[in-house]
Design a protein around this ligand. Structure first.
Ligand code: NAP
Length: 525
């Protein structure tokens, strides 16, 4: 076997950078195949990290008001913003083009800024939130009750997926920090070096209280054994890992709070009004191609099922295939490249397997999963894959509703009428995001109301909103990100909802004076 000269990626624990022992898992450059780093948490004292969060980070954060924590978060976002070029450069090693890296890096920084601002405007300059006015509980007016939200003496463990090393970390860190809860980040191995660099930038800026942020590169070992009812576990990744973590005694026995963001077979629907020639037809095609190619389709919200009226299936197929033909796959930064690489060769092999399963239910109508012309890199050493469009005419086949090819892959499916459409959409068993592209308000209303309960977010796209639309796949700080069923059943973001999710709600009962007193810091500026 080839000897690896790379060193083990350092974790940030107890305010120090420390490397695990042992060979660890090797991480290779997605574009060149060269070794980048090794990831191992062997030999690290994760118990001490938990202790540090509880004894140092928690008390330091709880001493600050919501507004002071917001200011610290803003300073962290500014520090990252000033050094984001370093993160772009590292992201390129994970296969990300500049456009991809901006979604992750700028998207993450923007989310942190958004939370700093939401906290200043929507939370008191104190440490307690009074959720409601006192409710009288006696005739004489001497006894009442109200709900208070306070900060638990716990920590937040965040376990992230590989595809958004920066955004995924910041969208979980921001609300935890504002809530006064210290965080331990466990990034996914393939892109842990990007997340670790972001933590390094924040640590070097010295803007967060000690113990507020730690990072463990590698497995979490027995860390979950140390978590319980005051703690929060935020997970993003595959449904299989979500199930494993959800059934850990930390959750099932000791009642740690658990939130899962898992995979999903998101749909985008073309309305019957949007025939070729209508602006919505072009918007649908453009959006689908964007979702297939940004981050080489490694997005949990990407469109996996494109549902179109049976009468225009051939037209959509031809238009999408033509647009995909113009995609230039290659090394991030190389001339003309519009789509980068998958995160690694293993991921490419997984996507090829998934494509083969999908193809068994229909056929590939654009792209070749086994061959792609690559600009500026070697197609075998790098994890490159052609975008692949499939067509599945038999919508009763289970594969398009069950198999997630986590890459630049989407399936076209026909629908005949509205009833069939909602039935087919529901076969995804719960999704993060769905979209409908139509200028027919009646059809849109029918779709949104019929599909809403199966989706965390539904986006309507038409000629009037297109210019300002944030797009099918982009989670927005102010809106909920998550989804029912297969998507994990969790909820993140959603503005201050995510901060409240870290706080604990207590019904406090007593005399009106007491209730005003304990909620004293809760008044808004
Ligand atoms: P994954 O294999 O489930 O890994 C996710 C995270 O869990 C990684 O940090 C991984 O660490 C960790 N992990 C694995 N086994 C664990 C265990 N027994 N205990 C504790 N942690 C464990 O998923 P992935 O391959 O990174 O990500 C791709 C999947 O994530 C796709 O299916 C995608 O749809 C989904 N995803 C969902 C969202 C969303 O917001 N809903 C966002 C992005 C991705 P290691 O890497 O060290 O194994």
């Amino acid at each position: 076997m080839e000897r690896v000269a790379t060193s083990v990626l350092e974790s940030y624990l107890g305010g120090r950078w420390v490397a695990g022992t042992g060979p660890g898992a090797e991480v290779r450059d997605a574009v060149t195949g060269e070794p980048v780093t090794r990831v191992s948490s062997a030999g690290l004292d994760l118990g001490a990290a938990v202790d540090h969060a509880r004894r140092v980070g928690g008390p330091a954060l709880r001493e600050l008001t919501f507004h002071q924590r917001a200011a610290a978060l803003k300073a962290a976002a500014q520090a990252l913003d000033a050094r984001k070029a370093e993160l772009y450069e590292l992201s390129a090693r994970a296969g990300a083009t500049r456009r991809d890296a901006q979604v992750d890096v700028d998207g993450g920084i923007g989310t942190a800024f958004a939370y700093a601002s939401l906290a200043r405007r929507g939370l008191p300059d104190g440490t307690v939130v009074a959720e409601d006015e006192p409710v009288p509980l006696g005739r004489g007016g001497t006894f009442a009750g109200r709900h208070l939200l306070t900060t638990p003496r716990g920590l937040a463990l965040q376990v992230n997926a590989f595809n958004f090393p920066v955004w995924g970390m910041l969208e979980k860190l921001a609300p935890a920090l504002v809530a006064g809860v210290p965080t331990i980040v466990k990034p996914a191995t393939p892109t842990a070096y990007v997340a670790a660099h972001a933590v390094r930038v924040v640590a070097e800026a010295g803007v967060l209280p000690p113990g507020a942020l730690q990072l463990v590169a590698g497995g979490v070992g027995g860390l979950l054994d140390l978590l319980g009812g005051r703690d929060h576990i935020g997970f993003t990744g595959s449904a299989a890992t979500a199930a494993r973590l959800r059934s850990d005694p930390a959750v099932t026995v000791r009642s740690a709070r658990f939130n899962a963001e898992a995979d999903s077979l998101n749909c985008s629907v073309l309305g019957p009004d949007a025939v070729p020639g209508e602006p919505e037809f072009d918007l649908f095609v453009e959006q689908l191609v964007t979702e297939m190619t940004v981050k080489a389709g490694q997005k949990c919200t990407a469109i996996r099922r494109a549902l179109v009226p049976a009468a225009v299936l051939d037209d959509v197929q031809a238009a999408v295939a033509a647009a995909l033909d113009r995609v230039v796959v290659g090394a991030p930064g190389a001339d003309g490249v519009t789509m980068g690489a998958l995160v690694g060769l293993e991921q490419r092999a997984d996507v090829r397997t998934a494509v083969a399963r999908l193809a068994a239910a229909g056929r590939i109508v654009a792209g070749n999963p086994d061959k792609v012309d690559v600009t500026g890199a070697d197609d075998e050493r790098g994890a490159f894959l052609s975008p692949v469009l499939l067509r599945v005419d038999d919508v009763d086949r289970p594969e398009p509703h069950e198999v997630e090819a986590f890459g630049p892959v989407s399936s076209l499916l026909p629908y005949r009428d509205r009833a069939e459409l909602l039935d087919v959409v529901a076969r995804g068993d719960g999704s993060l995001a769905g979209s409908v592209v139509s200028a027919d308000p009646e059809f849109v209303r029918h779709f949104v109301l019929g599909a809403a309960a199966d989706h965390g977010r539904v986006l309507v796209l038409d000629r009037d909103s297109a210019a300002e639309s944030t797009g099918h796949g982009n989670a927005v700080a102010h809106l909920v990100h998550g989804g029912p069923g297969r998507a994990g059943g969790g909820e993140e973001l959603g503005g201050l909802r995510a901060v409240h999710a870290h706080l604990r709600r207590t019904a406090v009962q007593g005399g009106p004076g007491v209730l005003a007193d304990v909620a004293g810091q809760a008044t808004l500026d």
